[in-house]
Design a protein around this ligand. Structure first.
Ligand code: G3P
Length: 222
């Protein structure tokens, strides 16, 4: 399973990249706004900076919601760097745009997916990635992980090439469950990736190893 980081924060992206486990980045308009990135020139420049840091795909979301606007914006975004993936919302004009981009060889990520039917449409339209939002479904008392399982099953059954990119991941159990369910990609904030490191037995075990080593050294030097 690929690990993407879900942020527009350059320091977090660099830290995940330095860890050596990062396969790509996803952003959205809220994450860009959080970093104070506004205006077309700044937005384009910021995506270029992200592409300079990572080796993998970088999802850049369109703001337009009409077909022509999505195509225009998506083509501009795709021109920034060959690894830019145009992120398109799951709306009627978005589905048409996914088809157009797939015919042009432009990679896409269909976002704001909350049902198996939407995921089926995205795959039929040739999306490179589909982004089901786990955490936001959990927020409304619906099992987000069950949706991942359903989509993986449908895509496997019909051999769709669209990759399941589990999004809106809030904690490490979401991430681990996505791996068990066969999601192709999980995108999550840095704290969730780093959360995988944590185990009290690792910490206490390391303390013991270091203490024993120190004792042996002191005994040898005595
Ligand atoms: O990038 C889309 C998604 O990951 C958003 O997550 O936590 O805002 O629901 P969240």
């Amino acid at each position: 399973m690929k690990f993407f980081i879900d942020t527009a924060n350059l320091n977090d992206i660099q830290e995940a990249q330095n860890l050596g486990v990062l396969d790509g980045v996803t952003t959205n308009p809220s994450l860009m706004a959080k970093e104070g990135i506004t205006g077309r020139t700044n937005v384009m420049a910021h995506y270029a900076k992200i592409c300079d840091i990572v080796d993998g795909d970088v999802s850049a979301e369109v703001i337009a919601t009409d077909y022509e606007g999505i195509i225009r914006e998506g083509e501009e975004l795709a021109d920034i760097h060959p690894r830019i993936v145009v992120k398109v919302p799951m709306i009627k004009d978005g589905v048409r745009a996914l088809k157009y981009f797939s015919q042009q060889g432009i990679k896409t990520n269909c976002t704001l997916v909350f049902s198996a039917g939407q995921a089926l449409l995205a795959a039929k339209a040739g999306a490179t990635y589909v982004s089901p939002f786990i955490g936001r479904l959990d927020d409304v008392s619906t099992d987000g992980l069950q949706l991942i399982e359903q989509i993986v099953h449908i895509y496997d059954t019909y051999k769709f090439n669209t990759q399941v990119l589990a999004a809106s991941i809030r904690h490490t159990m979401h991430l681990i469950k996505c791996a068990e369910l066969g999601a192709d990609v999980a995108t999550c904030p840095l704290n969730v990736i780093l959360g995988l490191l944590k185990h009290p037995l690792t910490d206490s075990g390391l303390q013991k190893f270091l203490a024993d080593h120190q004792k042996a050294q002191e005994a040898a030097n005595a």
